[in-house]
Write a protein that binds this ligand. Structure first.
Ligand code: ATP
Ligand code: MG
Length: 252
């Protein structure tokens, strides 16, 4: 079997500090892997190396068996690696619907051309409306993206990601900063993606109940290194996770 995504000895050093330390890991198509570990373990940095936001000091990244280590972030995105956009990368003064439509349009290969012909315009709008509905933002479709409350901005980030239809989804604490009633919307979305067994999902999440429920597998990063990898129940019960999460409790 070819992994959807694989890293081999992926490493980055910042000065003398090794933030990601020779991480070798393959992710099978159609699986959801949770990545856990204490603050500063290297989880976000690992994502940045996979998506191409950061260039590795050493090691390789493969997408469907092809070496993409020298590809830029936009090239990796076009090839199917999906990372939630920060709102700062979107169009803050366009509406929620327009932002999603532009993502749908870029996926459709039309580029960022606002003057596409009417019929395809209708199709794009239709698809954008579907995505809007999935993330429960229909009621705010005409809001400027910048005017959305924080939780809705996170939903919009996920909506844009879904509209781009990547093969590999990377979620970095997707529910961080959300109110209790907003969290289920995002979790349902991830559940829905998981049900489509062709998608490969990587999820960084601190909430262990969420991790336990959603993941097929858990890997643990600690000081940049991969220190545990296995079935959720087994990894959660392991001393390294118990200790790491106890550490977090104490630190807070
Ligand atoms: N651009 C950078 N320059 C220097 N050091 C960095 C940079 N980015 C990350 N680091 C360092 O790399 C280490 C890993 O950080 P990272 O943000 O990946 O951790 P994390 O596991 O995502 O933590 P958290 O759970 O708090 O989000 C930290 O020590 C951090 O300070
Ligand atoms: Mg992080």
């Amino acid at each position: 079997m070819t992994f959807a995504l694989e890293t081999q000895d992926l490493t980055i050093r910042f000065g003398g500090h090794v933030a990601v330390d020779a991480v070798s890991c393959g992710f099978a198509p159609g699986t959801l892997t949770a990545i856990v570990g204490p603050n500063g373990a290297g989880k976000t940095t690992y994502f940045n190396l996979v998506s191409g936001q950061l260039r590795a000091t050493a090691g390789k990244v493969f997408l469907h068996g092809q070496d993409i280590s020298s590809a830029s972030a936009p090239q990796r995105s076009r090839r199917g690696i999906g990372r939630a956009f920060q709102l700062t990368n979107l169009f803050p003064y366009l509406t929620v619907l327009e932002n999603i439509r532009l993502a749908v349009q870029s996926r459709a290969g039309l580029g960022l051309n606002l003057w596409s012909i009417w019929s395809s315009h209708r199709e794009l709008i239709g698809r954008a409306e579907e995505v809007l509905e999935t993330v429960a933002l229909t009621g705010k479709r005409d809001w400027a993206a910048a005017a959305l409350p924080h939780g809705d901005q996170r939903k919009l980030e996920v909506a844009i990601l879904m509209a781009l239809e990547p093969d590999v989804f990377m979620f970095d604490e997707p529910t961080a900063g959300m109110s209790v009633d907003e969290v289920p919307v995002i979790l349902d979305l991830i559940r829905g993606l998981k049900a489509r067994s062709d998608k490969t999902i990587l999820l960084v999440e601190h909430k262990m109940d969420v991790v336990r429920e959603l993941s097929d597998r858990i890997i643990v990063l600690h000081n940049g290194a991969l220190v545990a990898d296995g079935a959720p129940a087994e990894v959660i019960a392991s001393p390294i996770v118990q200790e790491a999460y106890l550490g977090i409790e104490v630190a807070k």
